[in-house]
Ligand binder design. Structure first.
Ligand SMILES: [Mg+2]
Length: 252
């Protein structure tokens, strides 16, 4: 059963003794509050600059890589975007080859989703290139189940063919190529780069996709889930503010 991270800092200190930690951090809901503003981003950037002077750091986000680098880019910090499908660092980079079939299907689905979205005020279709996210956090809550059902129906064929998969995210549906790749695989790939080699990874995230990363890292890292206790992570933090408290402790 996951334990509260801040109540077990003595144990963390012991585990880290003589080891070099690396940090893998989700962004939205982890480094900044969900729907956070420029003030939150500024604080996160300052903290990342401080942390990156001491440790190898990666941001592992659902945001598209280009947006992540533009909005969060801190020199020396690795960025993994679109749930790990694309990675950039000064010394290494990677774009997962999702295959022609998935790309073609996503192109068709994008048009279908946009038609559906037009019927649901405040829904939004975000084309991330390698994947699509249908956001509904701003929508009338009572209409969300109908939107989700329409999206699932539109994607039924490529999903049943095993080309596309749908994954739940916070107030969004992620429409991705059905490939053996996710945040977890991306983090394992990064851990093999010399930049992260021989470090003890600390992973912190708050989304469904972060559970895959926690699962992939189980037994070889300190995994932390934000918001609730989940079986995939060793530790939990109650809220985003506690993440900053822990990172301040590491930066000190
Ligand atoms: Mg998140």
């Amino acid at each position: 059963m996951a334990r509260h991270l801040l109540k077990n800092l003595e144990e963390i200190k012991k585990v880290l003794k003589g080891r070099r930690p690396s940090l893998f951090l989700d962004y939205d809901g982890t480094l900044i509050p969900a729907g956070g503003g420029p003030e939150d981003s500024g604080r996160a950037t300052a903290l990342l600059e401080k942390l990156s002077k001491k440790y190898p750091v990666a941001i592992v986000s659902g945001r598209r890589l280009s947006n992540l680098v533009r909005d969060v880019g801190v020199a020396g910090v690795a960025s993994a975007g679109t749930h790990g499908f694309e990675v950039f660092h000064e010394d290494f980079s990677m774009v997962f080859d999702t295959g022609k079939m998935a790309k073609a299907r996503l192109g068709i689905l994008k048009k279908k989703f946009e038609e559906i979205s037009a019927r649901y005020p405040w829904s939004q279709v975000e084309d991330k290139g390698l994947a699509i996210t249908v956001h509904y956090g701003w929508m009338d809550r009572t209409k969300i189940p109908a939107l989700r059902a329409d999206i699932k129906e539109a994607a039924r064929e490529p999903v049943s063919e095993g080309v596309i998969r749908l994954r739940n995210s916070k107030m969004a549906l992620e429409v991705q190529p059905a490939v053996d790749w996710d945040k977890g695989r991306a983090v394992l790939w990064m851990l093999d780069r010399p930049f992260f080699k021989c470090t003890l990874p600390i992973y912190i995230g708050d989304d469904q996709s972060d559970k895959y990363a926690c699962k992939a890292l189980k037994g070889r890292s300190i995994t932390v889930y934000v918001g609730c206790i989940v079986e995939e992570a060793c530790f939990y933090l109650k809220e985003q503010a506690e993440v900053l408290a822990f990172l301040d402790f590491l930066a000190a």
